[in-house]
Each structure stands twice: as structure tokens, then as C-alpha cells.
Design a protein around this ligand. Structure first.
Ligand code: UDX
Length: 436
């Protein structure tokens, strides 16, 4: 099938690459010339394990191409997938200007009947508006239908999440359009659920808000575990064995971040508000998450009294491992709080330093290695659970520090490893501290 993709961000690029991999002929369109030039040369604009190999392979096989031209990119497409960003507006609502712009660009350039599958996360009702915009702006003899096709991939495992998706949601008020989009995804051999457009739009927000709330729930349980001397990891394991609860997304820590959860929870709360539904549950989800982001700083204040003049090593900057994405990363709040309190911060991240510099500037020192980062520091904050932090050579790290103190915001160090150290103060989340 001939497919065009609009937007080469995480969602658009991954979808394009995976659809090419299962045999479709895919053209990705983006207005950013440098991005397209790099993609044509097989260079990915995002850090995503496995994606470059797939780009290069599928270009070679003639199934994948990239262009800045709408005219060329939309030629003969049977389905156009729209995956442009819907960033957060100041009032929490989704900013739909890129999507509206994309709708007008499609309308002006399309020359054949086409189905438009919208992957961008949009408030309930938006896809119907997009259809109207396109119909009003395109030639009257062209039939355009819009289908809601939300995306659930995670950064860092985007390819696997697409190729082995738990489900594909197709929201359509037209059976034939739903059938064509279903046919496009069939080779993936994953469960497909067809719903109305509005239900599909809602499934995306309801899923993300639920997962974010699951994290806030376990974080609040973690805080209670700390107060009671219980261990949140054992509690989560015990809860997760119940199939109705499930083991995933029960890792306590310094809160959720990234480009989706914080934005989608706020957008759903905003939608609820303007439709007369209070949804206090989501307000709590957000406030617990804000509290968790300050947790390590609070623990450090409890330990040191004042942080002025203390040198703190931050291990990890990205919002989660295997990505260089700094959007809504807890590290931003942590580092800002530490510097406001007069602490000196030095940070290391395997891939996110360039992006971190754009947000945090010169508020801190950036280290090139773990060793450089921890040398002569009063404490380590583990902020992102990168594998290399899980595998820290603790005795050698602790020797380099001024004080052997670790605040682990992701519970990523194993207890036996800590117990093997002669002298250490280890403060995890939701578990008893280890001081020896
Ligand atoms: C998320 C959704 O999982 C995905 O379905 C959606 O399409 C986009 O948003 P992503 O933002 O890539 O994906 O990251 P994810 O792996 O879901 O983690 C989100 C945040 O939650 C991270 O900051 C992570 O550290 C945190 N998290 C996750 C926890 O704190 N505890 C957990 O148990 C799981």
C-alpha cells in the first residue's frame, strides 16, 4: 500500500519505518530540510535503538523515502498518517496549530481520494474538525475521510512497541475507511480494535492518564512504605501478581516525565473541566508527581541540614533511560532546586547532555564520565536508571567521593551490592535506608 507520513518525530518516523519494514511503500514528509537531508542519508534525528538500521535497509529496498515536498510526498497515497506534535498550551490544553496547518497543507496538495489517519494525540472531537478543515480547503471532487489512530509507543522501545503492539485502535465512523486502515496494519498480526472516532480519541488519553495515575499511586504507597518500614518493591511485586492489577508501571521513584504523560494528564483534566467534570483524581495524580520530583532534594536536606556549598553528582538527565529526551524530565526540577538552595551540581548522562544544556544552561557542570561526575562530591543523586548506573562499580565510586552517600531516585542499585560496601549511606525510594 502507498502510505505518506506527515511529521518525522518519534511517532511519525517509527511508524513510517515499521510500515516500510512490513512491505508498504512509505514516504515521510517533514518541513525541516536538515532533518530530511539527514534521514535520506540514513541518519536518525532521534536516539532510538535499532531505528537507523531499519531506515538504511528500507531506503535500500526502495520502500522508504523522505521529502520536504507535500506535492511529491502525497502523490498516490492511499493513506496519509499525520503525526505532528500537539504541545501543551499554557492553560493545559493541547495546541492544535501544527495539526490544523497539516490539514490545510494536505487539502491544498492532495489530488486523489484518501484516508487520513491521525496519530497525534488530540482532544475528543478534534478529528471531526480536521475532516471539516480538509474538506473545506480541498477540491470538491476529492473524497477525504479522517480516522483516529492513536499511538501507544514508548521512547526507547518504539520499534518493538510498534511491531509487537498490544493493540491498534482504529476510530472511524465509516466502515470502508476502517477496513482499509485495518488492512494496512494486518501484516503486523496484532489485535485491532475498531471504535467510533470519539472513543478512539478518548482511549489514548484514558490510557495515558491511567498509567500516569498508576505511577502516582505506587509513589504514594512508596512514601507510606517509608513511613512504616515496608518495602515498596515487595509490595508492588505482591500487588502485580494479581492479574487484575498487573506488574507493569508499579516502579516507585521520582515521578513520571516525558513528552506524553505530563501533557496528556493536564489536557484530559482541561477537557474534563470545560465539560463540567471535576476529575479530582487527575489533580491528585499531578500533585503527587510534583511532590515526587522534590523527593531527593527533601531527603538530602533531611540528611545534610542545609545544601549550600554541598557538591552533588546527578547521574542521569533524560526523563528515562535509552533516550536523549529532556522534556519534562524530573532532573530539571531537581537540578533547579539544588542550585536555588546553593548546592553545586555536576551531572552526567550517556546521551542527553546536549539537550540538557538547552534547558539547564550553565547552572551546573557537565561531566564526560561517571568517574569525573562523582569525584569529590558530597552525595550522588541517581536520577535516571541507565544500565551503566545499575552496574556501578560501587567500591571504586565511593572511594572517589567526599562522603559515600547515595540518594537513589530510581531504586536501581541492588541491595547485596550495597551491603558489600564497607561504608555507605544509601537512601532509596519507598524502602528502608541502608547505613553502614
Ligand atoms: C508513554 C506511554 O507509555 C506510551 O504508551 C505513550 O504513547 C507515550 O507516553 P514514554 O513517555 O516514552 O511513553 O515513556 P514510559 O516508558 O511510558 O515512561 C513514562 C515515565 O514514567 C518515565 O518518566 C518513567 O520513568 C516513568 N515511570 C514509568 C515510572 O516512574 N514508573 C513506572 O513504573 C513506569
Amino acid at each position: 500500500m502507498k502510505i505518506s507520513i506527515l511529521g518525522t518525530g518519534y511517532v511519525g518516523l517509527t511508524t513510517g519505518v515499521c510500515l516500510a519494514e512490513i512491505g508498504h511503500s512509505v514516504t515521510c514528509i517533514d518541513i525541516n530540510e536538515l532533518k530530511i537531508k539527514n534521514l535520506c542519508a540514513g541518519i536518525s534525528p532521534i536516539y532510538e535503538p535499532g531505528i537507523e538500521e531499519l531506515i538504511i535497509n528500507n531506503i535500500k529496498l526502495g520502500r522508504l523515502s523522505f521529502t520536504t515536498s507535500y506535492d511529491k510526498g502525497l502523490e498516490d497515497a492511499k493513506v496519509i498518517i499525520v503525526a505532528v506534535g500537539t504541545p501543551q498550551r499554557e492553560d493545559g490544553a493541547a495546541n492544535l496549530s501544527y495539526l490544523e496547518g497539516a490539514a490545510i497543507d494536505i487539502a491544498k496538495n492532495i489530488k486523489q481520494d484518501v484516508i487520513i489517519a491521525i496519530k497525534s494525540t488530540v482532544p475528543v472531537g478534534t478529528n471531526e474538525v480536521v475532516k471539516e478543515i480538509i474538506q473545506q480547503n480541498c477540491s470538491k471532487d476529492i473524497v477525504v475521510d479522517v480516522v483516529s489512530n492513536p499511538e501507544f509507543l514508548r521512547q526507547g522501545s518504539a520499534i518493538k512497541d510498534t511491531m509487537e503492539a498490544d493493540r491498534i485502535i482504529i476510530g472511524s465512523n465509516n466502515q470502508e475507511s476502517a477496513r482499509i486502515v485495518e488492512e494496512m496494519y494486518k501484516p503486523l498480526n496484532v489485535p485491532i480494535l475498531i471504535t467510533s472516532i470519539r472513543s478512539a480519541e478518548m482511549i489514548k488519553y484514558a490510557s495515558n492518564a491511567f498509567l500516569a495515575s498508576k505511577i502516582s499511586y505506587i509513589n504514594e504507597i512508596a512514601n507510606l512504605c517509608e513511613a512504616l518500614g515496608a518495602n515498596v518493591e515487595d509490595v508492588a511485586k505482591g500487588m502485580g501478581k494479581d492479574k487484575r492489577i498487573g506488574e507493569a508501571f508499579l516502579y516507585a521513584g521520582i515521578g513520571y516525565g516525558g513528552s506524553c504523560f505530563p501533557k496528556d494528564v493536564k489536557a484530559l483534566l482541561h477537557t474534563a473541566g470545560i465539560n463540567g467534570v471535576e476529575f479530582g483524581f487527575l489533580k491528585e495524580t499531578i500533585s503527587i508527581n510534583n511532590y515526587q520530583r522534590e523527593l531527593l532534594v527533601k531527603k538530602a536536606i533531611e540528611r545534610f541540614g542545609i545544601l549550600k556549598g554541598k557538591k552533588i553528582a546527578c547521574l542521569g538527565l533524560s526523563f528515562k533511560p535509552d533516550t536523549d529526551d529532556m522534556r519534562e524530565a524530573p532532573s530539571i526540577n531537581i537540578i533547579n532546586s539544588l542550585t536555588e538552595l546553593g548546592a553545586e551540581v555536576i551531572a552526567y548522562d550517556p546521551v542527553a547532555i546536549d539537550n540538557a544544556k538547552k534547558i539547564l544552561g550553565n547552572n551546573l557542570t557537565y561531566a564526560h564520565s561517571i568517574n569525573e561526575c562523582v569525584t569529590d562530591t558530597d552525595a550522588i543523586f541517581i536520577v535516571t536508571e541507565w544500565r551503566e548506573f545499575r552496574e556501578l562499580d560501587l567500591p571504586s565510586i565511593l572511594k572517589k567521593m567526599k562522603n559515600p552517600i547515595i540518594f537513589d531516585g530510581r531504586n536501581c542499585l541492588r541491595e547485596e551490592k550495597i551491603r558489600d560496601c564497607e561504608k555507605i549511606e544509601y537512601y532509596p525510594v519507598g524502602k528502608p535506608s541502608i547505613i553502614q
